[in-house]
Design a binder for this molecule. Structure first.
Ligand code: NAD
Ligand code: GLY
Length: 366
């Protein structure tokens, strides 16, 4: 059950502790609280019997937060090792993965040891896949440090790396044992990366909650960050608990993503994931409204909120470019592709579209 309380942290500042519990193939908590980083060691000790913990992070996050985490782990008696790789999606590949696996073996991690992933979705996805496969599975704790990772990638157990044929094509469902989200880490995020998380937050509101959508339009995420993160994690929890292995309902979380991924690919990943999802949501909403699936006014409301979060919506790609890229999507099933379409703000549904009709959908949304 979700729970929330006020506590006084060491410096006498009131902080709100939010906790969301997930019951999936593994049960675990997602804890959201300012200052959690410096007491992560004791929280991790409560959920794992590891002697050695390998901290995995990228070079940017390493310079900012790794020392705090290592100190807290060592204070609880854990032996620590640290694997750092170059930041960015380019590192989420089989070379980094195998280097990490080798590093775990060289540091003699055993089945009772654990990996702590400190960073954004790239660190989380790569570390999670390594944890799922090293010795056929060792414990894994997520400490997300981007807004996107807090609200989305650290929760729900999707782990993966990219291969030359496409993004996230090699992966596993593997739930973490604990997720520790410290919103203070988000203060060092560049605006553009922070905004990527805002796109996913708007996505959650579009698919499930008109009231949340309205609140996001009235008050910027930064002003009520902890509540927003908690709300998104609860929405994701509710979906994952019904469809952990992505066989139906979980597809709703991909609203805006089929076209979003196509935009990312057409831009050779120069347009960020969150920005591409924002444009993807707009295209599919405009098409749904034109084709009579969505209530009149949905597109204007979505465009208004995306504008208030500074997402430019124009793109230089044609419907043909986007369709070719979208047909590479791993969610495609034979001759059809499932689009997530809004019926009104706060309600979406799945709609299987024959691939030959995809061009019309995209053309209507541009
Ligand atoms: P990211 O991990 O590349 O982080 C973005 C950048 O922010 C990096 O350069 C990183 O070094 C930097 N950074 C991270 N935390 C920071 C901080 N606190 N201060 C300053 N800089 C910081 O990207 P992301 O947007 O977090 O995640 C994108 C990845 O997540 C993609 O690979 C995507 O496929 C994956 N993803 C996975 C899921 C899932 O369910 N597993 C869901 C959504 C996205
Ligand atoms: N980010 C989509 C999912 O976890 O299913």
């Amino acid at each position: 059950m979700p729970y929330s309380c006020i506590r006084i942290c060491q410096k006498g500042v009131k902080t709100r502790m939010n906790k969301v519990h997930i019951n999936a193939s593994k049960s675990y908590d997602i804890m959201i609280e300012k200052g959690l980083l410096s007491r992560c060691g004791s929280l991790i000790k409560n959920v794992c019997k590891a002697q050695t913990i390998c901290l995995v992070t990228d070079d940017t996050v390493n310079a900012l937060y790794a020392d705090t985490v290592i100190q807290s782990l060592q204070a609880e008696g854990f032996r620590t090792a640290k694997f750092v790789f170059a930041h960015g999606e380019e590192s989420k590949n089989s070379t980094t993965y195998l280097h990490l696996i080798d590093y775990l073996a060289q540091n003699h991690l055993t089945r009772s040891d654990a990996i702590v992933a400190l960073g954004g979705g790239v660190v989380g996805d790569l570390s999670g896949f390594a944890a799922a496969t090293f010795l056929r599975g060792i414990s894994f704790i997520q400490i997300p440090t981007t807004l996107l990772a807090c609200v989305d990638s650290s929760v729900g157990g999707k782990t993966a790396i990219d291969i030359p044929a496409g993004k996230n094509l090699l992966g596993a469902f593997y739930q973490p044992s604990l997720v520790l989200c410290d919103p203070l880490t988000l203060r060092t995020l560049p605006d553009e990366i922070y905004r990527d998380g805002c796109a996913e937050i708007i996505k959650y509101a579009m698919i499930t909650d008109a009231g949340f959508f309205e609140q996001l339009g009235q008050q910027p995420v930064k002003e009520w960050e902890e509540e927003v993160i908690k709300r998104c994690v609860e929405i994701k929890r509710d979906v994952v608990m019904q469809d952990e292995y992505d066989r139906g309902l979980r597809a709703l979380l991909n609203f805006g993503h089929t076209i979003g991924h196509a935009i990312e690919a057409c831009s050779h990943f120069q347009i960020s994931h969150g920005h591409a999802v924002a444009i993807g949501m707009h295209i599919i909403t405009k098409a749904s409204e034109k084709l009579g699936f969505a209530e009149q006014g949905c597109t204007a409301a979505l465009a208004h909120i995306l504008d208030s979060y500074h997402f430019p919506l124009a793109i230089p790609y044609s419907a043909d470019d986007l369709m070719k890229a979208a047909l590479q999507d791993k969610k495609r099933e034979g001759d059809s592709i499932t689009l997530i379409i809004p019926n009104k703000i706060g309600t979406c549904s799945m709609h299987a579209v024959p691939t030959e009709n995809l061009f019309d959908w995209i053309q209507n949304g541009l």
